[in-house]
Design a protein around this ligand. Structure first.
Ligand code: PLP
Length: 355
């Protein structure tokens, strides 16, 4: 059970013969919204899923902070506490994917009235006390390399300890260098600073609002992680089978050199019969990591995206020419369905020469 799936996590669950049913709230899939916590888990849906599958069939309930695939949307502390209560009642393990926790901490402080007086450190402590296991990619949480698994259960710790030398490395270093572990420690400490973690979301919000003013379809409210273009609306002339979010990524790169990340049907896997699984949302993520970009770089991106939006009908679809069986979006190769990239480039140089 999860508030929303993540690509690699789901691939692992499926590899083990499992499924990953989702219990997101209806607002999660509304690209234009004012709901402050679109990453919340729907408590009734969670209860219903537990009834349907039976608690003994459920390995864990997973909450993802700053839900990646639906536009970096946070959950509230109150929602996490409610999920905790449900898990406790059914004897279920509660696991937190904290890779994008920094943004989520900021949004809890900013958007949740009951938490406005709490420090980031206090909110982190409350989050940690509600869950049994926290795992994270330190590439995001802490801006270092590697990652970690934390638990407050001695029993779980004992079980995990046995797996470590098999899959990661010895208990004391888990396959990481000491330098990396020190970098993670510094990065996590920095994450406790509201001025530090608010910078990314503030820059993201700026970009979202500027694009909104120009009529470009973006995910609202602005989340963490980055600005998300709504490719389904941007390219409403393309069917999902032609990978609109992937096509938008390619088109934007052609006219700006800006590299976005497809978060749509390309990021899904085919079903057991080899059929395409259409994604709930077709998004292009333009990540805004903290302390990396200047505001003028974001303005430049807004300018290029606006030009592309005005010329969007030139953008065509894509097809796979090399489609890996698992996690195809990482290493797969695609080709345009028509000569649209050349056409787009021509229009681009035409417009540029007029300046
Ligand atoms: C990025 C991400 C991961 C995976 O991180 P890696 O460092 O690439 O292994 C896992 N979960 C979520 C929610 C993420 O956003």
């Amino acid at each position: 059970m999860t508030n929303y799936h993540f690509t690699t996590t789901k691939a692992h669950v499926v590899l083990q013969g499992g499924e990953m049913p989702e219990a997101y709230i209806p607002e999660a899939l509304e690209t234009t919204s004012v709901h402050p916590f679109k990453g919340n888990m729907d408590e009734e849906r969670l209860e219903a899923l537990i009834q349907r599958y039976g608690a003994e069939k459920i390995a864990f309930v997973r909450m993802e902070a700053g839900t990646n695939l639906i536009g970096g949307q946070p959950f509230s502390l109150a929602n996490l506490a409610a999920v905790r209560e449900i898990c406790q009642r059914h004897g279920l393990l509660l696991v937190l994917d904290a890779s994008l926790l920094a943004d989520n901490l900021h949004f809890i402080k900013e958007r949740e009235a009951a938490c406005q007086k709490l420090s980031i450190r206090e909110i982190t402590r409350r989050v940690a006390e509600l869950v049994d296991v926290i795992y994270f990619s330190a590439r995001k949480l802490g801006c270092a390399r590697g990652g970690g698994i934390c638990t407050n259960s001695e029993e779980l710790y004992g079980r995990l300890r046995e797996l470590l030398p098999l899959y990661e490395g010895f208990l004391t270093y888990g396959g990481m260098s000491v330098r990396e572990m020190e970098a993670i420690a510094v990065g996590l400490e920095e994450t406790m600073d509201e001025d530090m973690i608010s910078q990314g979301p503030q820059f993201t919000a700026y970009m979202v609002r500027e694009l909104e003013k120009r009529g470009v379809p973006v995910v609202t409210p602005p989340g963490g992680l980055g600005c998300h273009l709504n490719a389904r609306e941007f390219l409403d002339h393309l069917p999902q089978e032609q990978y609109p979010a992937g096509a938008l990524a390619a088109a934007l790169y052609l006219v700006s050199g800006i590299r976005g990340m497809e978060r749509g049907t390309l990021s899904e896997a085919r079903d057991a019969q080899g059929r395409e699984v259409l994604a709930d949302l077709e998004l292009l993520r333009l990540a805004v990591p903290r302390r990396v970009y200047s505001l003028s770089q974001l303005s430049c991106a807004v300018d290029r995206i606006t030009w592309l939006y005005q010329n969007r009908r030139l953008i065509g679809g894509l097809r796979f020419v090399d489609e890996p069986k698992t996690l195809r979006f990482f290493l797969g190769r695609l080709a345009p369905l028509t000569e649209w990239p050349a056409e787009l480039a021509r229009r681009f140089s035409q417009d540029l020469s007029k300046l």
